[in-house]
Design a protein around this ligand. Sequence first.
Ligand SMILES: Cc1ncc(COP(=O)(O)O)c(C=O)c1O
Length: 383
Amino acid sequence: MISSLPDFPWDSLLPAKERARAFTGATPDEGEGIVDLSVGTPVDPTPQVVTDALSAAADAPGYPQTWGTPDLREAVADWFARRRSAPGVDPDGVLPTIGSKELVAWLPTLLGLGPGDVVGFPRVAYPTYDVGARLAGATPTPADATTAFGPAAPRLLWLNTPSNPTGQVLGVEHLRKVVDWARERGVVVASDECYAELDWRTVEERAADGDGPDAVSTPSLLDPRVCGGDHTGLLVAYSLSKQSNLAGYRAAFLAGDPRLVAGLLEVRKHAGMIVPWPVQRAMLAALGDGGHVAEQKARYRARRGVLEPAVAAAGLRVDHSRAGLYLWASADEPSRVTVDRLAERGILVAPGDFYGTAGAQHVRIALTATDERIAAAAARLGR
Ligand SMILES: Cc1ncc(COP(=O)(O)O)c(C=O)c1O
């Protein structure tokens, strides 16, 4: 199994990291040392409403439910109705996961896929879709259009909207076409929507994209305009890591087709893939409190407002990047060259080739650094 997995790519960034660490600014604004924008790990505090819920549930002698408690599953269904324009999610079709990365890595296996089965995912993508296909012994197949599959339809098709790393948002119309195509062929569609609450488009842009007047986040696969209110064959993965600064809790969930979820639940019960009780309670608190999500979004919006113009002024073109936690930028040169040039200025970014060969002329610049570090990055980019 190990030999089927790709090399862990982050080690290749170590020389650039060393160079960035050694940076000494010419002005106080530029500051000292590395500004690490290579990973998307949240840096702001976990909200108190969540830490309080975690502490209050610290006494947990018994095993928690793999399925999650009914109130947690109902809270997820309510969240889809309130925040995702997707009423009608059946709490029976909700399943907490131990972060969404494990779900992405194991979904093909949990669905029973194996050798000969195709798993599709975007050409420029979070690497774990590929890893998940390999863990199952299935065939990973990057593709940006359903036509790319030809007659051999995948058994599972991953979408990622908003995308990591590109920040591309898929509109209602696009999603509907994918669902229609998948239904004709019995393809399971899984949409990873973990950046949905971090959508930077203006009201006008959303209207032009056909989002609908009440939309407050990125369109969901479970939106009735996408799937006609029928969730058969559809799954959405969502994570609280980004919206609630909970990456350390491993708090996420899956929602959609109750029949598919029942099968996944069965295997996960046998395998002990259980979200700890205090984390389940913390998730319930996080889902019930929109205030901290709005606060965190405002922080990222401000950082984006500082970084994006600085990146553009430094001669990089920012593509897509309409939502999510990254700027997807290109200087129309190999991404490693851009990585090295930015490392000279003490800024570490991720090369686009981490996300597929189609990303080889881009870099991914994360917004997940403190205000001070983002301001230092902007000053250094202005040199
Ligand atoms: C597209 C995408 N999916 C899933 C994850 C995993 O998030 P977590 O395991 O923290 O829920 C990430 C994390 O960066 C991501 O970018």
